[in-house]
Ligand binder design. Structure first.
Ligand code: ZN
Ligand code: ZN
Length: 282
């Protein structure tokens, strides 16, 4: 099982890997820069070398990156759209330098212009980014969203449309966030509900596209379209839903990342619970 958590890069990128290793993670997710700012200091050769060295001496593989929350590739505002393109390209370059294979991103929010127009913008942006990074191994990884506000990506069909319309769909992957899909209305609380949701994902998007899973319980009920993460087993999904996922052999090779609140050594507890759920006999 590939199990880890989102790790802070306070004190340097390499520190995130050390923090993950301390928790027994064999995968982690990081921001490669401050997620609340557009700009970033370029990565120096020394920083890159320290990161690759820390990764080499750890059992962590793969490292996943998540992009800045400011980026909106569906923005109807031309200035924000251009800024987002530029920032996303910069993040792609950082990931490629750090040998990170997947950069998770939310598809975008249409801000009232409608889902069709939002998806058109996203497709245009992804084609542009792919053309500028033709030699990259990195895959932009579109995350399922809760559908809060005008966010796109809360229906599997919306992600499927993006995949169908970009020029290079093989340069994209998908990240499934359990709290987001649940808030969006996809139930996973019982074996039957989980199987139906996974089947819908497979038939609409294709399980072969699934590259990353975010394991979060939800503070808000099914279909609420509100994005609030809870500790594993302490939200509306509950332990049984996570049992389905961590014991599904079809997902056994996919990195699973916690993005739950961090207070009081919570990562250690959530990781221990997930390991227990994965091993328990039924
Ligand atoms: Zn996310
Ligand atoms: Zn997530």
């Amino acid at each position: 099982m590939k199990l880890g958590a989102h790790m802070s890069i306070a004190g340097g990128l390499a520190r995130a890997l050390q923090r993950g290793a301390m928790l027994g993670c064999n995968t982690v997710q990081i921001f490669t820069k401050n997620a609340n700012q557009w700009r970033a200091k370029p990565l120096s050769p020394a920083v890159i070398a320290a990161f690759l060295q820390a990764k080499a001496v750890s059992a962590i593989d793969p490292v996943i990156a998540h992009d800045s929350y400011l980026i909106n590739l569906a923005s109807p505002d031309d200035q924000i759209f251009q800024k987002s393109l530029h920032a996303c390209h910069m993040e792609m370059e950082r990931c490629e330098c750090l040998q990170i294979p997947f950069l998770v991103m939310h598809p975008g929010a249409h801000k009232g212009k409608g889902e069709e127009e939002g998806i058109r913008r996203i497709v245009q942006a992804l084609d542009h980014l792919h053309a500028r990074t033709d030699e990259f191994r990195l895959k932009l990884t579109l995350e399922t969203t809760a559908g809060q506000g005008t966010a796109i990506g809360y229906r599997f069909e919306q992600l499927a449309q993006i995949l169908a319309r970009v020029q290079k769909p093989d340069r994209l992957a998908i990240c499934l966030d359990t709290a987001h899909i649940f808030a969006a209305g996809y139930d996973i609380r019982t074996p039957a509900a989980y199987q139906a949701t996974l089947k819908a994902f497979d038939q609409t998007i294709g399980l072969e596209r699934l590259a990353v899973i975010h394991l979060n319980d939800s503070q808000k009920p099914l279909g609420s379209r509100i994005d609030r993460h809870a500790h594993i087993g302490q939200g509306y999904i509950g332990k049984e839903g996570f049992v389905q996922i961590v014991r599904d052999p079809r997902l056994a090779h996919i990195p699973m990342i916690l993005e739950t609140p961090k207070e009081d050594d919570a990562d250690r507890r959530n990781l221990a619970l997930l390991r227990k759920l994965a091993q328990q006999q039924t």
